[in-house]
Write a protein that binds this ligand. Sequence first.
Ligand code: ADP
Ligand code: MG
Ligand code: MG
Length: 209
Amino acid sequence: VHGLDLAGASAWFDAFHRRFEAEAAALGDLDRRAGDGDFGNNILSALRRCRRRLDEEPPRTPGELFLGVSHGFLNTGGTSGPLFGMWFRGIGRATDAPVMTLGALAAGVADGTATVQRLGKARPGDKTMVDAMAPATDALAAAVDAGLDLPDGLARAADAARAGALATESLRARRGRAAYVGDVARGVLDPGALTVALFFSAGPPAPGR
Ligand code: ADP
Ligand code: MG
Ligand code: MG
């Protein structure tokens, strides 16, 4: 079965953690310009909590790994922590098999994104993390239909999430703290959406890429 095994999921999370650490200050700065500036630290502390949880209760499957990540995010302050927690919960619940297929990942991302939208009431175009989650969900579903393997599907999701995140720059926010500042948030990329793009682009690369 082609897909993501525990080692692959673990390497993916580690890569996401490292890439986020490198970007945390810049992402926090975006939140400072359109919100309250705590985004970078909120996610850094969530990622450290995830790491601790995974050390204390080592996952046996990729699903369990993402459930551990979910747990770390759910216990974090800020709006983004619990929303990312529910998103990763959707991914973790997609399968308890030793290998997560692209189909399972696509279903989990769709499920998690639907939950984030239900709880946060943001639609695409509201300048939130949903602007990257929704196109990534669509790209993964299309990749499953096209019979792509997991690394190629993830590369499509990363491109779609990145395009969605970059498109938040010109938007006026309708949800979250950035909605309070109105036109001031125009010209500022949404850090939550950029983090979703960072997550997908940290995924396991296709052989030879
Ligand atoms: P806070 O505003 O509580 O300080 P954070 O700084 O942790 O929250 O997170 C801000 C991010 O949360 C934004 O960049 C945006 O992507 C996301 N966000 C805020 N409100 C919502 C919402 N209602 N639905 C989805 N995402 C949201
Ligand atoms: Mg904030
Ligand atoms: Mg805050």
